[in-house]
Design a protein around this ligand. Structure first.
Ligand SMILES: *Cc1c(COP(=O)(O)O)cnc(C)c1O
Length: 406
């Protein structure tokens, strides 16, 4: 199927010349196919994918139901527009509201767009209340996307300072600091946007106390609580949303990544009250909620039910943690394992791990054909497909233990 001129070196050369230089040099893998939790390169070499397309390939790489639904939908109707109704969009809205406990939804095409919509909705809500509020609070080290507003909400100067002037009204709370949160909340705050478990920064969960304080302070001040579940949602933590894990109902919730099983789609969800922030004409999307993307997401939800994937994520996460826990000790190679379900961060003890996380990542790739994500010098992030099997977890854990011990 693949043309022979698509060799890794030819692609690397053309990519370096023709793609904008945003990714630097990538892992030396030319991915041309996939099977379950495995990525396959042009020579047929198989890689166990513990990155899962960055939490996107929740069903793995060649789920038969998803493939069949996409083929069928492509024959029926790929796109119409939001000037007309389409049944898949409406059915998906109904099912997502049921699964998340929210009341209304708006579909976009990515995580950043969902969060961009969340910020607009929060400000719009206060305008509709007759008392505009501009301030948006977010956490340090957070990640909310790459558009100008979402990269500004992202509490990492390295991602946004270059693109100044940034939209005004954004400020940052030290991650997990209850006192700073209490001091910052007032009646100028339009919304507080949080990841319950920070993903991009290396899997850092907030405490339950902090999250319930955030909910209470938002209620008291009238600010909207926006929970960004673009990474933690879709069953990854062992509950359909991490909000369910933390027992918190946000005013606004965003989903993307795993939602379409690889087909680009994002969702902005809100309570009936918060959804009043948008009136006709306030927001829109050409592609958002199109039949193909919604059919994909509906099929993902069907497969979750058929395979019990949310519960499976919890069980699989426990199996990973049990296998890796012997590495966590005072003199051991791991300081801690953070996260929930199949959203795991392994914190390396730098003193005992020569070369740090990048070296461990490279060793796993070269020696075992296992793909993991390294963050900074000390963190490995695991976001495997939720269909990963016990055998694959055991194989991966043994390899990781070996790579850590070296
Ligand atoms: C990936 C991610 C985003 C951005 O999603 P894109 O689809 O890349 O725009 C936003 N928030 C969180 C928590 C994410 O993990």
């Amino acid at each position: 199927m693949m043309n022979s001129r698509f060799t890794l070196s030819a692609i690397q050369a053309a990519d370096a010349r023709r793609h904008m230089n945003t990714f630097g040099s990538r892992l030396p893998i030319l991915a041309v196919a996939g099977e379950g939790s495995w990525l396959i390169d042009e020579n047929g070499r198989r890689y166990l994918d513990l990155i899962g397309g960055i939490a996107v390939n929740v069903l793995g790489h060649d789920n038969a139901a998803l493939t069949a639904a996409l083929a069928d939908q492509a024959e029926r109707l790929i796109h119409c527009s939001n000037l007309v109704y389409n049944p898949w969009q409406t059915e998906l809205a109904v099912r997502l509201c049921e699964a998340t406990g929210m009341d209304r939804v708006f579909f976009g095409n990515s995580g950043a767009e969902a969060n961009e919509g969340a910020i607009k909705l929060a400000r719009g809500y206060h305008v509709e209340q007759g008392r505009p509020r501009a301030r948006v609070l977010s956490a340090t080290d957070s990640f909310h996307g790459r558009t100008l507003a979402t990269v500004t909400a992202t509490g990492q100067p390295k991602y946004n300072q270059k693109f100044a002037p940034l939209p005004p009204g954004f400020s940052y709370l030290p991650f997990g600091d209850a006192e700073a949160l209490t001091a910052a909340m007032d009646d100028e705050v339009a919304c507080l946007i949080l990841e319950l478990i920070q993903g991009e920064s290396g899997i850092h969960p907030l405490s339950r106390e902090y999250v319930s304080l955030a909910r209470r302070l938002c209620d008291e001040s009238g600010a909207l609580l926006v929970i960004d579940e673009i990474q933690s949602g879709m069953g990854r933590t062992g509950r359909f949303t991490a909000c369910q894990l933390y027992d918190v109902r946000p005013d606004i919730l965003t989903l993307a990544k795993g939602l379409g099983g690889g087909v680009p789609i994002g969702a902005l969800l809100a309570t009936e009250e918060a959804a009043r922030g948008f009136v006709p004409g306030d927001h829109g999307s050409t592609f958002g909620g199109n039949p193909l993307a919604c059919r994909a997401a509906l099929t993902v939800l069907d497969e979750y039910e058929r395979l019990g994937l949310t519960a499976r994520a919890a069980e699989a996460g426990r199996r990973f943690c049990e296998a890796l826990s012997p590495a966590v000790s005072d003199a051991g190679p791991l300081v801690e394992i953070r996260g929930a379900g199949l959203m795991l961060g392994l914190e390396l003890a730098t003193a005992t791990t020569a070369g740090g996380a990048v070296a461990v990542r490279n060793r796993l790739l070269a020696a075992d054909g296992i793909l993991v994500n390294s963050i900074g010098q000390t963190t490995l992030r695991l976001l495997p497909p939720l269909v990963i099997t016990d055998e694959e977890i055991d194989f991966a854990s043994r390899a990781i233990m070996g790579a850590l011990q070296e």
